[in-house]
Design a protein around this ligand. Structure first.
Ligand SMILES: Nc1ncnc2c1ncn2[C@@H]1O[C@H](COP(=O)(O)OP(=O)(O)OP(=O)(O)O)[C@@H](O)[C@H]1O
Length: 699
């Protein structure tokens, strides 16, 4: 019986077709099915480098490209392209089986043939060779093959290796990249083995057996079980992540069990959320109650929508509850409380802190007291003066002598009393109350909790989550990126009885952003080390993207009016180039700047909607503060107002004299904020400023 498979490349192309062409493709695939492929006219191509690559007519202008291995009665859809491009693709590509890993490989043989003389000409001018330290046997041992080796021997520097990225088979390129990055042969071998579904290379590889290789490469090829599955795939072609997980993501998401809590970190766009969603699906399929939680309601709503796409079985979907941490706290407290506290608004909270600072006889600013409360008192769950006087204030830069501690406690206690008397509370206080309720009420607890955007949760929220699930295998699955910490919440999971040692993993390949945007954006982070949730320093080593595009554009403007005019021009240019309005995101450090930009766009006839708005508004460009960009993504992103009075924002910085450590952390947080905003871009990033350039922008 014939089997149909779909390559990732096919789905990417299909997603970008307009509806009419998609219909023609669907009709061609139907024909495929009807005839059980037998009567199908697959055209062999003259001069094809791989005779197993064929084409099929879609409509007058387009052809589908199909891989038809000699054995196994398998048809794999590779691409849908305009006539000439389809022939070019079909004649240039060559498929093979990696002789060490057994994975399916594809190379652009024509491009390699074209580039070879140019590499040879450069090589003649120098004795430098990037891989001179490695013998042919070494390279063959890593999976390189006889066709690739002679070309590799001509490579003289990293840039030339980079140029080969889209032409070489991925496993072979990765092996070379690892060596070029300074890894040993053994380390490079371990790196390429990560591409295998179970990290173990097969004992024997039959390089003629393309079908087994396809089955071993689920990150690129998906076998379709029948027409229902096919229809569901084609209905949501943009959701590549549903089908094609990177082996590293798959291993983490579908591991049968972790002995305790597990943590997944990784740079922006490496698929942490995707991995978390697949993990939730896997756990729920085991018939158990799963909570998926994150920071804000908007992010929780987005996760819910993605889970609706991912989990097709209604009874499995029902077992997964998605709610953000604050709502969970609120709801849990409400479950028990007779008189329910009101959540205090930000302005009132600030006013109360000002009053507390004024009434205290000590030189504490309102911001200092607020921070002391959140980062020491609430973070450690301190409920008495004695506990506060004895506590370890690690992480706070300003030392307090015993008398000052007494004064600080008096001010904090007065603040807390006022809150209590007026029946008000903050979400962090509710989280602690919810934790107590979860401890008492096993009936409310979950069997598993999956946490996204973990870097921004305050210790009180973590205590609640810790209490909301019994300790044991697969209790918490935590994903986050310390380089995207944009709120003032620092956490040591160890201190909160959440142990991830030995179960901490890092993803490295970005699926969102191009290498050009990524390299630029990483430089906005500066050189200050960033602490991970597991108390280890966080690293971005090996963080990369195999996508390529234009470099970010940085525009200097004489004044804000010109800056906004330029923004309007840029957005218009994107729209004229066919970018859908909702795929354009605009961010500013401050809401008023975003507001003025919104007005300028509207005056120019461009519809806009706030980044904070829920639901979809396909006809609107999205705009808002940098904080609101968290967790989102767009094809094109404009970050505006990036000058020295916005990035960093003076109000967000603690006085050096008051607390130098806090100031350093504030600066880092401001950098992270810019990094988050910039890394929301898939294809294009535009950054502008008027006045003096922000020192965060790379030169
Ligand atoms: N294996 C994959 N194949 C194709 N696309 C993927 C894959 N994994 C992730 N993506 C896509 O890459 C983008 C980023 O994924 P995701 O949001 O999960 O990353 P993240 O690490 O959580 O990002 P961030 O931390 O920046 O919010 C999404 O569009 C997602 O659909």
């Amino acid at each position: 019986m014939a089997r149909l498979a779909i390559a990732k490349s096919f789905l990417t192309g299909y997603a970008n077709l307009d509806k009419k062409v998609r219909k023609a493709v669907d009709a061609a695939i139907d024909k495929f099915e009807e005839h059980t492929f037998a009567g199908l006219h697959l055209e062999k191509i003259q001069g094809a480098r791989d005779p197993r690559v064929r084409t099929i007519k879609i409509d007058d202008g387009r052809r589908g490209v199909v891989l038809k291995p000699e054995t196994g009665d398998v048809y794999c859809l590779l691409a849908v392209l305009e006539h000439d491009a389809a022939y070019k693709y079909a004649t240039g590509r060559k498929f093979s089986v990696n002789h060490r890993l057994g994975l399916l490989e594809v190379r652009d043989a024509r491009a390699l043939d074209t580039l070879r003389p140019a590499l040879g000409a450069v090589a003649e001018t120098t004795d430098e060779r990037l891989f001179a330290d490695f013998s042919n046997a070494d390279l063959i041992g890593l999976g390189l093959d006889a066709e690739v080796l002679p070309i590799i021997r001509l490579v003289t520097n990293d840039d030339h290796l980079g140029a080969l990225e889209t032409m070489l088979p991925e496993p072979q390129f990765l092996a070379l990249l690892a060596l070029a990055d300074g890894m040993t042969l053994q380390e490079a071998w371990e790196e390429v083995c990560r591409l295998l579904p179970d990290s173990e290379p097969p004992a024997e590889v039959d390089t003629a057996d393309l079908v087994t290789a396809m089955e071993r490469t689920p990150s690129e090829i998906a076998f379709v079980s029948g027409s229902d599955e096919l229809a569901s795939i084609l209905e949501n072609p943009f959701a590549l992540w549903r089908l094609f997980l990177h082996p590293a993501q798959r291993k983490l998401a579908y591991r049968p069990s972790y002995t305790g809590s597990a943590q997944v970190t990784g740079g922006a766009g490496t698929g942490k959320t995707v991995t978390a969603l697949h993990r939730a699906r896997y756990l729920a399929a085991r018939s158990e109650r799963v909570l998926v939680t994150t920071f804000t309601t908007t992010l929780a709503e987005a996760l819910g929508r993605q889970l609706d796409l991912l989990i097709e079985e209604p009874d499995v979907r029902k077992r997964v509850e998605v709610i953000n941490a604050d709502k969970l706290a609120y709801r849990t407290v409400k479950e028990e409380a007779d008189a329910y506290p009101r959540i205090i608004g930000e302005a009132e909270l600030q006013a109360l802190w000002h009053r507390a600072a004024d009434q205290s006889n000590a030189p504490f600013s309102p911001a200092f007291l607020h921070r002391e409360w959140e980062q020491v008192v609430l973070a450690q769950g301190l409920t008495s003066k004695a506990a506060y006087l004895a506590c370890d204030r690690r992480g706070r830069g300003r030392q307090l002598n015993p008398a000052q501690r007494e004064q600080a406690w008096a001010a904090i206690a007065r603040f807390q009393e006022t809150l209590g008397r007026t029946r008000q509370a903050t979400y962090l206080q509710l989280a602690d109350r919810a934790a107590e309720i979860f401890k008492r009420r096993p009936d409310l607890r979950y069997r598993h909790i999956v946490v996204d955007e973990a870097q921004d949760l305050h210790p009180s929220r973590w205590r609640m989550l810790r209490a909301a699930v019994d300790s044991g295998p697969d209790d918490l699955f935590i994903v986050g990126d310390p380089h995207q910490r944009i709120y003032d919440n620092r956490v040591s999971l160890k201190r909160l009885e959440i142990k991830v040692a030995g179960r901490s993993h890092r993803l490295k390949l970005s699926y969102r952003t191009t290498a050009e945007i990524l390299t630029w954006a990483v430089r906005t982070l500066g050189i200050e080390p960033v602490a991970g949730l597991d108390d280890e320093p966080a690293t971005l080593a090996g963080f990369r993207s195999s996508l390529h595009g234009r470099r970010p554009v940085v525009r200097a403007c004489p004044d804000e009016k010109t800056e906004l005019d330029d923004l309007v021009d840029q957005v218009r240019a994107w729209l004229e180039a066919g970018i859908e309005p909702h795929a354009i995101g605009i961010a500013a450090r401050f809401n008023p700047v975003a507001g003025r930009a919104e007005q300028a766009l509207r005056d120019a006839g461009i519809a806009t909607i706030s980044l904070a708005a829920s639901g979809s508004a396909p006809e609107c460009v999205r705009i808002g503060s940098m904080h609101r960009m968290k967790g989102l993504e767009f094809r094109c992103v404009a970050v505006i107002g990036v000058n020295d009075v916005a990035c960093p924002a003076p109000r967000a910085l603690t006085d050096e004299a008051e607390d130098p450590i806090a100031r350093r952390q504030d600066l880092q947080r401001e950098r992270c904020l810019l990094f988050v905003a910039c890394t929301r871009a898939r294809d294009a990033l535009y950054v502008s400023y008027s006045g003096n350039r922000s020192s965060f922008l790379p030169l």
